[in-house]
Structure formats: C-alpha cells, structure tokens
Write a protein that binds this ligand. Sequence first.
Ligand SMILES: NC(=O)c1ccc[n+]([C@@H]2O[C@H](COP(=O)([O-])OP(=O)(O)OC[C@H]3O[C@@H](n4cnc5c(N)ncnc54)[C@H](OP(=O)(O)O)[C@@H]3O)[C@@H](O)[C@H]2O)c1
Length: 346
Amino acid sequence: MTPIVGAASSALRVVQWTTGKTGTAAVIGILGDPGLELIGCFAYSADKVGRDVGDLCGIGPIGVISTDDVEALIALQPDCVVYTAYRPDFDHLERVLESGINVVTTMYMLAGEGHGDVATRRIREAAARGRASLYSSGIYPGHAPMVALAASAMCRTIDRLSILESLDIQEYGNAPMFRAMGFDRDAGDPEVAVMAEASCGSFKDQIRVLARALCVEVDRVDFRVETATADRDTDFGFMTVGAGRVAGIQGVVAGIRDDRPVIECRFVWKLGSEMTPDWPVTNGYLIEIEGDPGVRCKIEALAGNLPGATVTAMPVVNAIRATCAAAPGIVNQMEMPLVRAAHRIA
Ligand SMILES: NC(=O)c1ccc[n+]([C@@H]2O[C@H](COP(=O)([O-])OP(=O)(O)OC[C@H]3O[C@@H](n4cnc5c(N)ncnc54)[C@H](OP(=O)(O)O)[C@@H]3O)[C@@H](O)[C@H]2O)c1
C-alpha cells in the first residue's frame, strides 16, 4: 500500500509563542493533532510566566508550563515554533531560526517585505544560517487568497481576481488591534486613513504573492479606504465606540496593471451595525474571478459566524509538517504542498 504523504510517524515537537487570541486557538489545534506534540510555550505577559498553558487557554492543565526564557525554549530543540505574537520581536525570531527551528506564523508580513529591508534580511539570513524555514499564513491574508488561486485553475482568461473579507469583527474582540486600525477614532481624523493603511501592510505582501502565483506583473499597489461613523455610543464589552466615531472601515488594496485593478484584496470591517453608512456584511469571504469563465466562490460558516481565531490559526498549524519538510528560507504557498487538515478526521 502506498504510504500517505505526511502521515504521522513520530510526532513533531512544537513550541507555541504566546497565548493570545490566535495563539490559544493554535494550542487547541496542536493538541488535536496526534502528529504534533506541544513541548513549550513563550509568554510575553509577566503574569502568564510559570502558568500551565492549558489553563492560559481555558482548557484545563496540560502539564506544559509557559516561560519567558527564550534560550530555555531553544534548548528543548523543537522542530517548529508557532509564532502568533501581537508584534514581531526580530531578536527572538532570529535566535529561533538560526538555531535550526522552523517557524509558522500568522504574521503574513514576516514572509514579505512589509517590515522593511533590514528586518527581511535578518529573517532570511537567520533561516539560511539555521537551515530552517519560515511560513506565513492565516485566513486573510493567507488561506482565503489560496482558495482564490485554486479557483483560478478553472479559468481560461482572468480580467480581475478579487477577494473580499466582509465581517462584523465583534466576535474577534481584540481592542488593541481594532484601535490600531483606526476604530473609535474621531471620524474626521486624517490619521485614520494612515492607521488603516498601516494595518493593511500584509495585504500589500499578499498582492505580490498572488501576482507571482498568477505570473502577472503589477505596476503598483494602490490603497483606498472609507469609514462609517457610529450612530450612538456602544459598549461592546471589550471596547466602546462613541457616537460619531469610526465604527466601520472598508477599502481595497489593489494590484494595478495598465491603470486597472487586476488583483484586489477588499475588506469590510464593522463593529456592530448602528452606523452610517451601514454597509451590508456577509460574515465570510467572497472570491470573484472575472474572466472566462467568471467564477464566484464563498467561504462561510455552516452555522453562525466563522470563529476568527480558529480559522486564522489552523492554516499555520496544519502547515507545520510541510514547513518542517520545506527547503530552508522563507517559503510561501507556491513552494508548499496543498495545506489541508491532515489527520483530523476522527
Ligand atoms: N493572517 C491573518 O489572517 C491574521 C488574522 C488575525 C491576526 N493575525 C495576526 O496574528 C498575530 C496574533 O494576533 P492575535 O489577535 O492573536 O493577537 P493578540 O491576541 O492581540 O496578541 C497575541 C499575544 O501577543 C503578546 N503581546 C501583547 N502585546 C505585545 C506586544 N506589544 N509585542 C509583542 N507581543 C505582544 C501577548 O502574549 P501573551 O499571551 O504571552 O501575553 C498576546 O497574548 C498578529 O500579528 C495579527 O496581526 C493574522
């Protein structure tokens, strides 16, 4: 019988880097795969150091204790780190990669150019020294655009490929992240557009990855954004949004060729629905390929809303095996076999 490629033989040893929203979902995902073994966890917050990781993730003790001692985690010689911190620490990443430890991450820009030349060079050179691989994904950027690429295989010609994320983001409940995007700022504040664009840096990297995958050269990447303002004061539990302040952000990051958009990453993000204008949301992802033939493809929950943290974490957790087997350096989707939920049919 032909062996199944990627079947579990001996478990890969994994260290989780932080247990925030995505990190918690990653821990649960790692524990659910018999081919992965969680052997350590980095804690950023002082009050999480020395705590059982299962307790931090709300699933009860699992016997793995979190630490802020990077060298102790490296000494465990894990095969892979799942890196889901809020902001990158390039000293940490450099040490991990140059120690020969592979990294999967939901920080899409770590595999791109969004952090600038110096940071990108540090990652590349550390990976080369350690002969380790770094792979970035998530849901968007990351996996939803890969579904769009898979759909493009049906097309003879393509005029425009677009992906839309359309969400009421309440479910994700990440106040620092939403504030950094411009939510709850004064609607007239010119900083809002700057903040929204900074938060969309990873989509610029995503456009370049899609362009490379489709073998098209884009002349430039444009960004456009508009905001909706809250009709009244609202307390969402994790943050408040005041009347007249930013409660919705929609926009597009577009790869332009010959003055027309050929690849688009679009987004509609809303906190609630009491805002003007009140754009409709579909709570999922809409892929549209205008071409011959035109193709539409939706990603949505069977019931309720997609759990944001889970669908962000699993495309990297499910890529651990392939990342450990990949050639050293930054690998992106084109250098990887199809990332899928192997070993997860109970
Ligand atoms: N591609 C995608 O689809 C996608 C979607 C969502 C998020 N993301 C990215 O995934 C990463 C994790 O997102 P998240 O929502 O899980 O983040 P989060 O919950 O806000 O933060 C994750 C953890 O980062 C640590 N942390 C807090 N402040 C920090 C700081 N100033 N510098 C470094 N670390 C800090 C904390 O670790 P401790 O728990 O140890 O204290 C925190 O729990 C972010 O980079 C985000 O942009 C990607």
